[in-house]
Design a protein around this ligand. Structure first.
Ligand code: PGA
Length: 242
């Protein structure tokens, strides 16, 4: 864990405030930074806190460039369960980031391999990620880089693992309704972020968090590659870490 800074906080509410402080700190002086904000339940409170700070000023996120982390295959962008829909509701709209400033990962077209290539090109054109705000999957995934994914895994179409289908079932009503395929930013994109904030909350993440930070660096736990990356801060509440 030598390369990773760990901040342990009391609870989920403190986690949101601490993460928002750190995001604002990292973005200080970089109003046009490129940021990848994960969806998922854990970062939502952080985004609410950021929106509240932006409303009060002087924090202003409206000039950020935003890079989408992942998307389901075959789900219309206007479907509220699409991840771009979730990103709009939770991050883009509350923080006044126009859609034109988003690098999309589109899962609704016919040529998905081309969409992945275009995405990688667009991320390269904007100079890569200044900041990734990520959650930790119950199986150690980052985005939808399901185990096994190594550090050289490119942006691609993936089959969702049973663990991901189970954890996303709440958003879809039942496991059967969850799309079987998704697209994810590659580990190549995520791993090149200059700063990364991983937010982890709850006792159900305890074992996987310890495997990610203290276990062997292995494709079986994609988040374990954070140990080698540099610039990574993990903010975990007591239930997740103790
Ligand atoms: P969560 O999801 O924040 O909803 O726990 C994290 C993930 O599965 O990547």
């Amino acid at each position: 864990m030598a390369n990773v800074e760990l901040i342990e906080v009391d609870d989920a509410a403190t986690l949101c405030r601490t993460a928002a402080d750190l995001v604002i700190d990292v973005l200080d002086g970089l109003p046009e930074a490129t940021v990848m904000p994960a969806t998922g339940s854990t970062p939502m409170g952080t985004y609410e806190e950021l929106a509240a700070r932006a409303a009060r000023g002087p924090f202003d996120a409206s000039r950020l460039r935003v890079v989408q982390l992942d998307e389901y295959v075959g789900v219309d962008e206007l479907d509220r369960r699409s991840l771009i829909g979730w990103l709009r509701r939770s991050f883009l709209r509350p923080l006044d980031v126009p859609d034109e400033q988003v690098v999309r990962l589109r899962g609704d077209g016919t040529d998905l391999a081309l969409a992945c290539r275009r995405y990688d090109e667009a991320v390269a054109e904007v100079g890569g990620l200044d900041l990734a705000i990520l959650g930790l999957g119950p199986n150690g995934h980052l985005g939808f880089n399901e185990p096994p994914s190594d550090a050289s895994s490119p942006t691609r179409v993936v089959e969702l693992s049973p663990a991901s289908i189970a954890s996303n079932a709440t958003y879809w009503g039942s496991p059967d309704a969850v799309p079987r395929r998704a697209m994810t930013a590659g580990m190549t994109v995520i791993g090149a972020a200059r700063r990364t904030i991983l937010v982890v909350s709850g006792s159900h993440k305890h074992d996987v968090l310890h495997r990610a930070l203290e276990g062997e660096v292995t494709p079986e736990v994609p988040a374990s590659f954070l140990q080698r990356q540099g610039g990574v801060v993990v903010i975990a509440d007591r239930a997740a870490w103790r």
